[in-house]
Design a protein around this ligand. Structure first.
Ligand SMILES: [Zn+2]
Ligand SMILES: [Zn+2]
Length: 282
């Protein structure tokens, strides 16, 4: 069964087990984040984002495209680190020949700092994550026009008149809505400090207790819960979704460790992306 959490105004649904499979969907943004396994109800979503090409994040792509074909869906967009665009296209070409089916995608190669318009006022900005292969995180944001402080309080007719006269009354402001950072060292919080200000932050926390030290987590290019606890007062997010837990911990153990190790002020905004009871999916 899929896990689903309500993080601020956003629904995050899917499956995530570190090193095994991760695929999430945020319906309000019409995005799928990683495709470590093909999930039937994600096949209708036309924007797919790959954080990197490790199998637990990317190996379900061909099968998801197969489900899309069944549903007569068109060509999806696949946003991905620029370095993996050619090999992903090659892999899909091989799968197309193998399955005698068309697995066409429109790739959108991104580099850290690139901003891409998704529609209306919605944009995505790629940022660097820290993993031993080409990898990216994604910040979804709304770019809105905000009335400059000196004009606030003017009657609407006056604003319209000045606007018609060509006056610059508005500043463009980025509202950070939801960020996705997985398979990364905690260093991402230093190289991308805006993550602390994203309304919702989906962040990996692969290791959660002393069975793996912080150093061991770092050697595997992953994040340890204790590294988040050490920065607890920096998270200004409305909601924090922790995911990509190692299967070395049962879901209820993860919940217990998160409760024990994070201060209450942070814990009350944290959603543990894991089954509420029992075992991991599969
Ligand atoms: Zn992973
Ligand atoms: Zn990885």
């Amino acid at each position: 069964m899929l896990t689903e959490v309500q993080a601020g105004p956003y629904t995050v649904r899917g499956i995530s087990v570190g090193g095994v499979y991760t695929s999430l969907q945020v319906p309000e943004l019409e995005v799928v984040l990683d495709v470590g396994l093909p999930i039937r109800s994600f096949a209708g979503t036309d924007r797919i984002f790959l954080s990197h090409a490790h199998p637990d994040h990317a190996s379900g792509l061909g099968s998801l495209l197969g489900i899309r074909r069944l549903m007569n869906k068109g060509t999806p967009q696949v946003f991905l680190p620029a370095e993996v665009e050619a090999p992903v296209q090659e892999a899909l070409a091989v799968l197309s020949r193998l399955h005698h089916t068309n697995m066409e995608v429109r790739t959108v190669p991104l580099r850290p700092g690139d901003v891409h318009k998704l529609g209306h006022d919605l944009y995505v900005r790629a940022f660097r994550t820290h993993h031993p292969v080409p990898s990216l995180g994604y910040q979804f944001l709304r770019r809105i026009a905000k009335l400059r402080p000196e004009f606030q309080g003017l009657p609407p007719q006056e604003i319209a008149r000045r606007r018609q006269a060509g006056k610059a009354l508005f500043d463009e402001v980025d509202r950070l809505e939801l960020a996705y950072a997985t398979d990364t060292l905690a260093r991402v919080l230093e190289t991308e400090p805006s993550l602390f200000d994203s309304r919702v932050l989906i962040l990996e926390a692969t290791f959660v207790d002393a069975r793996h030290t912080v150093q061991a987590a770092q050697e595997r290019w992953h994040l340890h819960l204790d590294e988040l606890a050490a920065r607890a007062d920096q998270f200004r997010n409305e909601a924090l979704v922790l995911m990509h837990f190692s299967q070395a911990f049962a879901p209820e153990e993860v919940r217990a460790r998160v409760r024990e190790r994070l201060p209450a002020a942070l814990h009350e905004r944290v959603h543990v992306f894991a089954p509420t009871s029992g075992r991991w999916f599969g």
